[in-house]
Structure formats: structure tokens, C-alpha cells
Design a protein around this ligand. Structure first.
Ligand code: GLN
Length: 473
């Protein structure tokens, strides 16, 4: 899995490698995982599909025959889908969601379902009912979360790309902690049909890969209009791979990159140095770097944790021990069954958030918390709108530190929540953002994110691609 998707596609097309060879290697690496990456392996069907692909298919698109993994929040027909939770440990969905059916249609081959924080709630992948995932670059460190299994599977060579989800940074943070690329599209760009909901107004399916071009190859197959999701933007499918392949040097000339100096100075020394180096590289390649102001961003964490937990408390009410998944008690009355199934089925973090959300939505507190948080959300979106009057994209840290040790934040949940400071504003404002690896801190990868204007995902990817071209990793 050394090559990126497009180069591998050319090898497949010219019969220099077969899909079966790729999938066999991916499965072998998945089985040898030292990081507790997988919840379910789909070895048997993957090998059959690969063989079929080599025999019957023309490699007419870059995803055909390519092995990949899905965060276990994506519904897959006949393949166990747990959301990283005990409450769904035995749930076998009867249908494919949008993402898995679109990727099947493209001919890519699912190697397995990877671990994540339970229902996407977390920043380290330590909140999975299946045990924590480790960072393949250093087994004592977290891979980032909640899509930690996704980034681990790419580094371990069991997938060329992985689908994560991003509600408040869950694809960008693990990408940043593992030195890969993570892209959160504009809210509504990829259908959420069949994506297990955490916070519906923030959730977005988010591809992770080794390069901007990898992301583009995946996005072209994920952006068809979908009537099954009322919040889907229903725009025509993205066309971007060709443009990225024909990107000329000098593409960053005259691009305007906005940044907030105080975001950079608040980061660890080495992270800040990498951020400044990256800005220097933008300047060196003809972009202009301008200061912008995002004054409401400092209020994003409390607003996010009110909105996200409120939506979660409503979304997770469907897990009642009756309809599907885990049922604790067969005795007692209906209420006991609800109560015991949820008590034993949900993990601590999930229960904490259901209680927080139920509190914020309860009468008497609704105006003080939920409505107030929605107002803050509007202010943050306004800040970005203002900033985009003077720049094409906003440059920002993903996280103030690189990956930290497993367990390091266990005693301080507030510090863990504050970690999301730079990723959350993007979800609150519904914008697209891409995390790119650049430099190191404490011997681990670090990087930055570029934030684009709503539904200008293609423009954002072109600028990210322009940067990547000028900085050979
Ligand atoms: N860390 C954030 C949270 O726990 C973001 C999670 C996500 O994006 N799924 O809510």
C-alpha cells in the first residue's frame, strides 16, 4: 500500500498488479494489526470480490479493485455494524447506507469495519466498547478519534483509504495525529443516509487517505444527489481528479490564505513552528497570507457540546433494547428492559452526553443553553463569512499538540473537550476543511487544516493539492 490510489489504479489497469494481490496483502496486514484497529473483517467476501474484479471488470475508475475500510458507523448490508458500542454488538443491518453502496458501485473492496469512539463520541478512540485503538507510529500514543481505526488501517497497510465521519473533528484529528490527509466536506455534500447519527446537524462522512488526490478519487464517487437524505445538497457529482492531475506549478499564485496569529501562538512550540513554516511555503509559492479575525471561535467548545449532546440525546433514544441490538433483561416490565438495556449497553461517555443533552433540552433550560448555543453557532458562521471577504481559505491548526499518550487525558475531560477548539468551528458553520500533514512535534506528525467556503469544496481541494505539489513528502 505504498502507492496512492491513482498510481495503483494505473498499475491495475496495466495489469502490473491484480486486485487479488492488493486485497490479499490488505487482509494480511489487517490480521497482523498491533493496534486493535478492526471490529469486523470481511476477508471472505473481499477475496471473492477481488477475484471477480480481476476477471470481469475494466479498471475504468480509480477506485475499482482498491481495498478500503469503513468506520463502524456506516451501515453495511449483512456486515455487523456496531458504532463501537455494546448496544449494537450484534446488529447486522438489512441494507447498505449511501456511502457503502456508492463505494460498492465504484468497485472498491471492503476489507473490514474499523473501530471508533462509541457513536463517534471522543477524540482519542479510547471510548470504543471494543478497547482502545493505538497509534501505529507509536503504540503508546492515541491515534486520534473518533475515526482512529480509519487512520490506523491506512498506516498499517490494510486500506488505501478509509471512510471516517467528522462531527467536530473526528476525521481531521486522527489524520493529524497519524500524518495522513482527512477531508470534512461541506455539510450536506455527502448523503448521511445509513450513517449512524451522533449529532445530525454536524455529522458528515469524511474520507481519509494518503494524499489530496486520494481524497479526490473517493469524493467523485460520494457526491451524487440522494433523495434519501433531506439535508443532502443534491448538487451534481464532484469532478476534480482530472483538474488535480493537470495542476500546473504556480497554482497557488494570487491565492489568499487567511490566518489568526493567536491560533498559532497558542500551540505547542514545535506545532507552531511547523504552522509558520507552512505559511512561509504558501508565501514562497506566490500566495498572499493575510490576517483574519474570528472572535467568536473562542466560544465554540461550549456551544458545540450543548448542540452535539442535545442532538445525541434525541438520536440515541432509538436504542431501547427492543428494536435492535443489545437487550439486557427478558424479565420485568418494559421500562426495566429499556432501562437495563441502555444502562449496560451504553458506555460511560455516551451516558454522560445523553444526560447533558437531555438537561439542555429540558423545559426551563432550553432557552438558556440550547437556544444560546444556536446563537453562538450563528456568530461563528458570521465570522467565517466576514473572513472570506478577504481570503480564499482559512489556515488553522488542527490541534495544539501532536498525539499524546494513551490515558493521558482520562482524568481531565474538560481538557479533552478543549482539544477540539480548532476543528469544531468548521462543523458548526457547515464548512469544508482538509487536514494536511506537515512537520513533526515530539517525534510525531503534525500539520494544519485549510477551511473553505460552503460548497466550494473543489476550490479548497485545488488549493490543498497546490500546496501538496510544492511540498514533496
Ligand atoms: N471530539 C468530538 C466529540 O467527541 C468530535 C467527535 C466527532 O467528530 N465525531 O464530540
Amino acid at each position: 500500500m505504498k502507492n496512492d490510489i491513482y498510481k495503483t489504479h494505473l498499475l491495475l489497469k496495466n495489469k502490473k498488479v491484480s486486485s487479488l494481490e492488493l486485497v490479499t496483502e490488505a487482509v494480511k496486514n489487517a490480521k497482523n494489526s498491533k493496534c486493535n484497529t478492526f471490529i469486523s473483517l470481511t476477508e471472505e467476501t473481499a477475496l471473492i470480490e477481488a477475484e471477480k474484479c480481476d476477471k470481469e471488470k475494466i479498471f475504468n475508475n480509480p477506485l475499482m479493485g482498491i481495498p478500503y475500510t469503513l468506520k463502524d458507523l456506516f451501515i453495511t448490508e449483512g456486515v455487523r455494524t456496531t458504532a463501537g458500542s455494546k448496544i449494537l454488538f450484534n446488529y447486522n443491518p438489512p441494507y447498505d447506507g449511501y456511502v457503502s453502496s456508492a463505494l460498492k458501485k465504484a468497485g472498491s473492496i471492503l476489507v473490514g469495519k474499523v473501530s471508533c469512539d462509541e457513536f463517534g463520541m471522543g477524540s482519542t478512540n479510547e471510548n470504543s466498547a471494543f478497547g482502545p485503538v493505538k497509534n501505529p507510529l507509536d503504540l503508546n500514543k492515541v491515534p486520534g478519534g473518533s475515526s482512529g481505526g480509519s487512520s490506523a488501517s491506512i498506516l498499517e497497510g490494510s486500506s488505501f483509504f478509509s471512510m471516517g465521519t467528522d462531527t467536530g473533528g473526528s476525521a481531521r484529528l486522527p489524520a493529524n495525529f497519524c500524518g495522513i490527509v482527512g477531508f470534512k466536506p461541506s455539510y450536506g455534500r455527502v448523503s448521511r443516509f445509513g450513517q449512524i447519527a451522533y449529532a445530525s446537524s454536524l455529522d458528515q462522512a469524511s474520507p481519509m487517505g494518503k494524499s489530496v488526490l486520494d481524497i479526490a478519487c473517493v469524493m467523485e464517487h460520494l457526491t451524487s444527489p440522494d433523495p434519501k437524505d433531506a439535508t443532502n445538497a443534491k448538487l451534481p457529482p464532484m469532478k476534480i481528479v482530472h483538474d488535480l492531475l493537470s495542476l500546473k506549478s504556480g497554482s497557488l499564485k494570487n491565492k489568499k490564505i487567511g490566518f489568526c496569529p493567536e491560533f498559532i501562538s497558542a500551540c505547542d512550540k514545535e506545532v507552531a513552528a511547523s504552522l509558520n513554516d507552512a505559511l512561509h511555503l504558501f508565501r514562497k509559492n506566490g500566495a498572499s497570507v493575510v490576517e483574519v479575525s474570528l472572535p467568536s471561535v473562542k466560544n465554540c467548545v461550549p456551544a458545540y457540546y450543548v448542540i452535539a449532546t442535545s442532538e445525541a440525546s434525541s438520536n440515541l433514544s432509538r436504542y431501547d433494547g427492543i428494536h435492535f441490538g443489545f437487550r439486557k433483561s427478558h424479565q420485568g416490565n418494559l421500562e426495566d428492559t429499556y432501562c437495563e438495556s441502555r444502562t449496560f449497553g451504553f458506555g460511560e461517555e455516551v451516558k454522560k452526553r445523553i444526560m447533558l443533552g437531555t438537561f439542555s433540552l429540558s423545559s426551563g433550560y432550553y432557552d438558556a443553553y440550547y437556544i444560546k448555543a444556536c446563537k453562538v453557532r450563528r456568530l461563528i458562521a458570521n465570522d467565517f463569512n466576514e473572513a472570506f471577504k478577504s481570503c480564499d481559505v482559512v489556515f488553522s491548526p488542527v490541534c495544539a499538540t501532536s498525539a499524546f499518550n494513551l490515558g493521558a487525558m482520562n482524568s481531565d475531560p474538560m481538557q479533552m473537550y478543549m482539544n477540539d477548539l480548532y476543528t469544531i468551528p468548521v462543523n458548526l458553520a457547515g464548512l469544508p476543511a482538509i487536514a494536511l500533514p506537515f512537520g513533526q512535534s515530539q517525534g510525531m506528525p503534525t500539520g494544519f487544516q485549510l477551511i473553505g467556503q460552503a460548497f466550494k469544496d473543489e476550490d479548497l481541494l485545488m488549493i490543498a493539492g497546490g500546496f501538496e505539489q510544492n511540498f514533496s513528502r
